[in-house]
Design a protein around this ligand. Structure first.
Ligand SMILES: Nc1ncnc2c1ncn2[C@@H]1O[C@H](COP(=O)(O)OP(=O)(O)OP(=O)(O)O)[C@@H](O)[C@H]1O
Length: 317
């Protein structure tokens, strides 16, 4: 069992300017959750019915590129939720990708969407399950057992998404939320993409590049095959492996501890360097687990379903 150091710095919001404007409408809907067509004011993604007028804002939980998230309380039930006010106005006939995906997803390992509100001007708010401990960014140190517990839940979520042909594309500590019930769930579908037959658009340059796989950062690099490029799910596994390693060691593991992160250093390290490894003092199982996620060649990385059966997860309490 390994206890880890408190991380000294974070730089999780580094992003490249989008090279390619993200497409807004996923090509089709999966029949996971019945979605009603957005009506004049409210469209529901779950069976419960909520009214935005019945929600009291308590405080701001955070904000990012996609909008601002508020902690809110239902006046009738006193239940607490997270309400995300989406920045861009979205026409009811062409709802945003995040909303479409949220509507479809129904997994205990992915943050639940309770309802979606749309006012007549097109402004959208998403009512979500509240995760009271916030993101994994705030973690200061974890044991191998704790890491395994978190890794299993994230992999269950990824396995669910990948089975439903959804690539998350922005897995990182800031997009994994936890609760005091020891739950860890995948959040933030701002750059998620549903895969149909063609995969090329999935490789568009969006997401947080610090956690991007080598083949996504440079798809034309020597050794990147068509098989690597078409394996879009493997990009999520790289990001997952890097995220787990960061939570373990307490700093962004692509660069030496203390090195000032910048775009060039990160891209060089990911594309030209060797993948990072778990510290020597870790168990053999954990070292192997990280290695199976952080294989440079996408085709050699394990899938979420294979990783769920990795000895590191099977042998933890
Ligand atoms: N369901 C939730 N429960 C509790 N806190 C949440 C929830 N969703 C989001 N937050 C908090 O709000 C912050 C911002 O939310 P979010 O990441 O969704 O915004 P964003 O614009 O999509 O971010 P990004 O810039 O990564 O796209 C998060 O970092 C987290 O602290």
């Amino acid at each position: 069992m390994v206890m880890v150091r408190v991380r000294d710095h974070r730089f999780l919001n580094l992003k490249l300017s989008p090279i390619q404007a993200p497409t807004i409408i996923p090509p089709y809907r999966l029949p996971i959750v019945a979605a009603t067509k957005a009506s004049a004011t409210v469209s529901s993604c779950a069976s419960n019915t909520f009214s935005i007028a019945n929600l009291d804002r308590i405080n701001v939980l955070g904000s990012g590129n996609g909008g601002t998230v508020f902690k809110v309380k239902d006046k009738t039930t006193s239940e607490i939720y997270a309400l995300k006010k989406v920045k861009e106005n979205i026409d009811s006939t062409s709802p945003g990708r995040e909303i479409e995906i949220l509507r479809m997803v129904n997994s205990p390992y992915v943050v639940k969407c309770h309802d979606i509100f749309q006012n007549p001007s097109g402004e959208v708010s998403i009512l979500m399950e509240y995760m009271n401990l916030g993101t994994l960014e705030s973690l200061s140190g974890v044991s191998e057992n704790q890491l395994a517990l978190m890794a299993r839940q994230v992999l269950e979520g990824l396995n669910y998404l990948h089975e439903h042909k959804i690539v998350h594309r922005d897995i990182k500590p800031a997009n994994l939320l936890r609760s005091s019930k020891e739950e860890v769930k995948i959040a933030d579908f701002g750059v998620s993409k549903i895969v149909v037959k063609s995969f090329n658009k999935c490789n568009s340059f969006v997401g947080t590049y610090a956690y991007m796989s080598p083949e996504r950062l440079d798809s034309e690099a020597d050794g990147v095959t068509e098989e690597d490029k078409s394996n879009v799910y493997a990009g999520d596994i790289w990001s997952f492996g890097l995220t787990m390693l960061e939570i373990l060691v307490g700093y962004y593991p692509m660069l030496p501890q203390g090195q000032k992160p910048d775009q060039a250093a990160i891209i060089c390290a990911v594309c030209f360097g060797e993948p990072p490894k778990a510290p020597e003092e870790c168990s053999t199982e954990l070292k192997s687990f990280i290695d199976c996620c952080l294989r440079k060649k996408a085709r050699e990385r394990w899938t979420a379903s294979q990783l769920l059966n990795h000895p590191f997860l099977l042998h933890q309490e």
